[in-house]
Design a protein around this ligand. Structure first.
Ligand SMILES: Cc1ncc(COP(=O)(O)O)c(C=O)c1O
Length: 351
């Protein structure tokens, strides 16, 4: 008999395919990461910190929350930092839900919401995204019950890249005032669409964001939550005092001094690489989900053969099946040059 709760021992771990990935050997188009290293000032800030003889100290975050709040356009008391946005998601679900409550988690979506919901032993309702109609707005509204305690809305969704409109998020928040509305804005910088300005108006709105994607430090783990001050105060009661590591804070303090470094990359990805890959896929008649973010979920005829050929050419993409069981390949967009390389390798295997 296990010492742990039966529903937890019955779960299986969330294991993304990380083995063998190497930024030196591969063009990494499999995790929606930034495909270029962080800036020199960020690297120097990290080296300086390591050499300053302060690694033996517990983290001290200083005014980083004020700086992030200013970046996000909210008051400092409406923001908190987390160990990646994964920790934000986990804190929100853990703090909002009791065993047996209901979570609405549209599928197919980011796997970590369901993992957290299963840990809390919640009943998961999973309205499905549709290729033709996108976000299942009506089905989410219909799934709301008095037992709903969290609704996970990724805008945009991963893997499909589908956005959720501001009007739909507001309507859902108003239809479920007793439930946390977790709006995951992991890819905010690519999309430039947010509901963070509504945290005063919608008391059940909790937004998660990250420095893992555009800002380029998934390895250091820094995310943040935006919500009204009372919600942030409650969530801070749950987060540990040192859960965020000091190097992440050092890196982002330096990165926020130079936001144009991120904006230039975002511009190239969204205005050059994305249209190029879309045009190529359309020309080849390869179906892909309309995406507003830095990745395309594509459905070539022989997906595994395409993934294998790309891997042999040093390019990693992410196999991911749709709800009907059709295997697709989610491809991250990088710089124009990297996208041209992807297209050239795709062309070899597709012709
Ligand atoms: C939609 C979505 N939310 C959250 C995350 C987790 O990001 P983080 O590295 O901040 O934990 C990811 C990572 O892929 C994601 O795609």
């Amino acid at each position: 008999m296990s010492i742990f709760k039966a529903h937890i021992t019955a779960m299986s771990a969330y294991k993304p395919p990380l083995d063998g990935r190497d930024a030196q050997r591969h063009l990494l188009l499999d995790f929606n990461e930034r495909t270029l290293p962080v800036s020199q000032p960020v690297q120097h800030a990290l080296i300086d910190y390591i050499q300053s003889g302060r690694l033996q100290m517990y983290p001290a975050y200083g005014d980083i929350v004020d700086k992030i709040a200013a970046y996000a356009g909210v008051k400092p008391e409406q923001a908190m930092i987390t160990n990646g946005s994964d920790q934000g998601i986990e804190l929100i679900i853990r703090s909002a839900c009791r065993e047996g409550d209901e979570a609405i988690i549209p599928g197919k979506g980011f796997a970590f919401y369901s993992q957290c919901a299963r840990v809390e032993n919640l009943t998961i309702l999973e309205p499905q995204y549709q290729f033709e109609t996108g976000f299942p707005f009506e089905a989410v509204l219909a799934a709301i019950s008095p037992r709903t305690r969290v609704i996970c809305l990724a805008s945009p969704n991963n893997p499909s890249g589908t956005p959720i409109s501001r009007e739909q998020i507001i309507a859902i928040a108003q239809a479920a005032p007793h439930s946390a509305i977790l709006v995951d804005e992991c890819y905010y910088e690519y999309v430039q669409q947010t509901v963070a300005d509504l945290v005063d108006e919608l008391p059940n709105l909790v937004v998660t964001r990250t420095f893992s994607k555009t800002w380029g430090i998934p390895s250091l783990r820094l995310g943040y939550i935006l919500s009204n001050a009372a919600n942030i105060k409650a969530l801070l009661n749950v987060r540990g005092p040192y859960d965020v590591n000091q190097l992440a804070v050092v890196a982002i303090r330096a990165a926020l001094e130079q936001p144009e470094f991120v904006h230039t990359y975002v511009q190239e990805v969204m205005t050059q690489s994305k249209p190029l890959l879309e045009q190529y896929l359309n020309g080849k008649g390869i179906r892909f989900w309309p995406s507003v973010s830095n990745y395309l979920w594509t459905f070539p005829a022989q997906p595994q053969a395409v993934a294998d050929a790309l891997q042999a050419a040093g390019i990693l993409v992410r196999p991911n099946a749709d709800p009907q069981g059709n295997l697709g390949l989610r491809m991250t967009l990088g710089t124009l040059e990297q996208t041209q390389r992807l297209i050239s390798e795709l062309d070899k295997v597709l012709s």
